[in-house]
Ligand binder design. Structure first.
Ligand code: DGP
Ligand code: NA
Ligand code: NA
Length: 213
């Protein structure tokens, strides 16, 4: 508490994974835990369906509107860009942000469509320059297990074959910064792993430089 805390930046902790991997539950539990131990933490999610761009995305995902795949890809990216200033301000003010999906989903879901011209490099280009997460927690779950959790819902991408390809695209993007966790274990055991990773990252960011682009 006090003046020194204002100069400490918050951590940007990102959850990624296929639909139904448990990201939403785990990200909520993590924020509750961090708050309970005195960390200023907030849950964010992308797409943020509350903005004007987000409402277009919501109409597209719920199949109320059709749209060009490339144009939609750019809108998903724009939805992250429009939150950039607020995201950086929150981190700089010392708030830890636990984020449910971000640019890796952006790349994985469009690249999974395997459309001519929309290759990995094209998919990655619009997100270049966005704030980078301090940690990426990837919840790994087979598509069989994801479907066994009650099956996918009715949104645009909740189809078995596409989700398989999304998982392959995520796998191709993994690097040393990713924490790949087995999402088929119990919710409580998974939460313990998540919590340990997050607490390390929060501590590291308290000592580290300000986030930049
Ligand atoms: P969610 O609200 O987390 O269930 O995400 C909605 C769906 O949109 C889900 O199938 C993942 C997908 N999605 C999330 N971000 C992006 C993105 O940037 N681009 C594309 N094409 N799809 C995305
Ligand atoms: Na979903
Ligand atoms: Na989302």
């Amino acid at each position: 508490a006090g003046a020194s805390q204002a100069s400490q930046r918050g951590a940007f902790i990102l959850f990624e994974g296929v639909d139904r991997c448990g990201k939403t539950t785990q990200s909520r539990r993590l924020v509750e835990h961090l708050q309970a131990v005195g960390v200023d933490a907030e849950l964010w999610r992308f797409p943020d369906r509350t903005t004007a761009i987000g409402r277009m995305i919501d109409a597209y995902l719920s199949c109320k509107a059709e749209a060009d795949d490339a144009a939609m890809h750019l809108l998903f990216s724009a939805n992250r860009w429009e939150k950039r200033a607020a995201l950086l301000a929150a981190l700089a003010a010392g708030r830890t942000l636990v984020v449910d999906r971000y640019a890796y989903s952006g790349v994985a879901f469009t690249a999974a469509k395997r459309l001519p011209g929309l290759d990995l490099a094209w998919c990655q280009a619009p997100d270049r320059g966005l704030p980078a997460p301090d940690a990426i927690i990837y919840l790994e779950l087979s598509i069989e297990d994801a479907m066994a959790r009650g099956g996918f819902g009715g949104e645009r991408y909740e189809r078995e074959e596409l989700q398989r390809e999304v998982a392959r695209q995520f796998m191709a993007m993994r690097d040393g910064a990713w924490h790949v966790l087995d999402a088929s274990q119990s919710e409580g055991a998974l939460h313990t792993q998540v919590r340990n990773i997050a607490e390390d990252v929060v501590d590291r960011c308290r000592a580290g430089p300000r986030v930049g682009t």
